[in-house]
Design a protein around this ligand. Structure first.
Ligand SMILES: [Zn+2]
Length: 365
């Protein structure tokens, strides 16, 4: 496989530049205008008379930390911070979460699962699918339920730009339709989790499913009594930074934030190398796309993008922290080498794709 000469996407032998680079047009965004639009949205749709204007999901990584900084310090919104503890945070990311919440004095809710059951889910997932990446599911399982419970109408996420369409326009959802869609998301989430669980511990499957879907089920039970449905949108439609140095300065100054890892693109999860290696083995290119996006926007030089591939094992390097992972999942290296090549179930991929699209507001269900 050859690399595109401008970014880090793979191209066919003999091809110099990838499709995305060939057709790339920088977007001219007037962020000052966008800032007042966002202020207006908060003023109009933020919780009138209620405690919080928006929920910000925080992982301690750069994207979600920037959202928290921007919404509190620039927009002046009343923010409820939410973290779902997947038990896989890097120590540095945990520190960042604690420092940010303390420095800003925000209320903070942590969604937690029974640790033993969650670990069973990871073990089963790697055995059945050769993957432990459940984060898109965790968001639908926890974030919307928290916003519903705490009666917060807006969720501002850190999905990076380039993950959505170009012509974003904010709108509040039709409440009844959104509630019906959420019921579908709940069904799909449970189905996806059941596929991940496979037949590792069939006697415990229902217990584990009940535990992991507990926030969703609670939200669903109370949905009739709520007169709104939260809408989620990414801050990247309204604000952005110019370089990683600038970003690190802002976060350090306002949130007492420090880089949790050497990598620049994904920073908060301690199985990030395993994820990169999994992506490489299974030919998934979402992380390559994200790194390439930063390169095209001039936020990071291409050489750094290339080192990032090796830092995150996206080039097929064996993860340096593999032993830690083997211990966590309770398998041998030989078993790992065999399982990592397992393809993800087609049904599961479809469900995750649909849930991600729903999360990003790209399409209904
Ligand atoms: Zn390219």
């Amino acid at each position: 496989m050859a690399l595109c000469e401008k970014c880090v996407m793979t191209v066919e032998e003999g091809q110099r530049i990838c499709k995305a680079c060939e057709t790339y047009q920088p977007l001219e965004t007037d962020f000052r205008k966008k800032e007042s639009e966002l202020k207006e949205i908060i003023r109009k749709f933020g919780s009138t008379g209620k405690k919080y204007d928006c929920v910000v999901p925080l992982t301690g990584g750069k994207d979600s930390s920037y959202v928290l900084y921007y919404m509190t310090k620039v927009i002046g919104a009343r923010v409820l911070v939410f973290t779902v503890d997947n038990e896989l945070f890097r120590e540095g990311a945990r520190e960042n979460i604690k420092n940010a919440v303390e420095t800003l004095g925000c209320d903070h809710i942590i969604g937690k699962f029974d640790e033993r059951k969650l670990l069973m889910l990871y073990k089963a997932s790697f055995r059945s699918q050769g993957s432990v990446c459940l984060c898109p599911l965790f968001l639908s399982l926890t974030l919307f339920p928290v916003a519903i419970k705490e009666q917060v109408p807006l969720i501002v996420s850190g999905f990076s730009s380039g993950q959505r369409g170009k012509d974003y326009a904010f709108r509040m959802p039709d409440i009844n339709a959104a509630k019906q869609e959420f019921a579908k998301v709940c069904q799909l989430s449970r189905k996806a989790l059941a596929i991940f669980l496979g037949d590792y511990a069939p006697d415990e499957n229902e217990d584990i499913l009940d535990e992991i879907t507990k926030y969703q089920r609670e939200a669903l039970a109370n949905l009739d009594k709520t007169d709104f449905f939260p809408v989620m949108f990414p801050l990247s439609e309204y604000a952005g930074w110019n370089s990683f140095e600038e970003l690190y300065d802002i976060l350090g100054e306002h949130l007492n934030w420090q880089r949790p890892s050497e990598a620049f693109s994904r920073t908060s999860c301690r199985v990030e190398q395993i994820k990169g290696y999994t992506d490489h083995t299974k030919n998934f290119d979402s992380m390559r796309k994200e790194i390439s996006h930063y390169i095209r926007k001039g936020m990071v030089p291409r050489e750094k993008g290339i080192s990032e591939l090796s830092l995150l094992c996206l080039n097929g390097n064996k993860p340096s922290d593999l032993n830690e992972f083997l211990k966590l999942i309770d398998i041998t290296e030989a078993e790992f080498d065999a399982l990592i090549h397992k393809p993800l179930s087609k049904e599961l991929l479809d469900i995750i794709y649909n849930i991600e699209n729903w999360l990003l507001g790209r399409s209904g269900l």
